[in-house]
Design a protein around this ligand. Sequence first.
Ligand code: FAD
Length: 303
Amino acid sequence: MTLKQWELDLAQWVQPHNIRRNESLKKYTMTKLGGKADLFVLPATEEQAAAVVKYAYEHKIPLLMLGNGSNMVVRDGGIRGIVIHFALLNEVRIEGNHVFVQSGALIKEVSKMVAAQSLTGFEFACGIPGSIGGAMAMNAGAYGGEVKDIVTSCTVLTPEGEQIVLTNEQLELTYRKSIIAKKGYYVLSATFQLTSGDQQEIDAKIADLTHQRESKQPLEYPSAGSVFKRPPGYFAGKLIQDSDLQGKGVGGAEVSTKHAGFIVNKDNASATDYIETIKMVQKVVKEKFNVDLEMEVKIVGED
Ligand code: FAD
């Protein structure tokens, strides 16, 4: 089957302007690097999303789910097959203490919306730049809070395109892991339970967390956030700092001088620069401290 045929077939369900051929993924990832997707598809409804997933499954076409691209590095050769992106599925409904959110809404925006309704529990997410779908898949967390603490259910599509609802327990949420990533599910929406809080306290907490983030993280440069998971008994950033790696890197990529856990795209880095910098950090930390740094960021695509 040709790319043209995929396009024609998908146009049965998805509006043609939401099906894009050879789309550069630089603009959809926060590292601002990497190659193109053969086909980039933006479903406008959950039914369209299910149709695309079923189509890819039935025709054995590789399908990659891209959230807000804040934890993903796309290799320079780009992605063969279809990249599906849920940015148009972004409804947010607040009903009492319950919040229903579609996958493409940004978690930090939701955090602010619920805060404005004096609901507490979502403050930890006020600076996390991912989508709800990505946050569910990664069990995103910060400053002592994580998605696991507040999610009640999550509606997903299976790789075959069937819709199922998972409870908090069924989501198997642990440190940056979930059943979603394990089984290759596609998140359509999630429901969260919050509690009524004091508006001043909520606002103060958000202001404090925002200040902590802005003062410690190199938000002025494109990056994928913390590149490595916290190794048991250590902090990745401290190991990297103590390895004297800050300011070092390959090509246009560099270990941040502000936060050693971040690798920034300092000067038109390629994905190869970024990935080689990751490998260099892993090698030096292993040699110096005998600690294996496991990646938190997802590297996808072809060289
Ligand atoms: P993407 O990066 O697009 O994808 C990440 C993974 O999730 C991929 O495997 C992708 O396939 C999968 N995925 C995305 N959407 C869906 C979906 N709808 N269904 C199924 N799978 C999906 N993370 C934290 O946990 N805490 C932080 O404090 C934090 N701070 C950050 C700060 C900066 C400056 C940056 C750049 C990143 C930071 N991150 C942090 C990382 C990132 O924001 C989170 O991991 C976020 O949850 C990823 O969401 P995303 O939508 O961007 O996912």
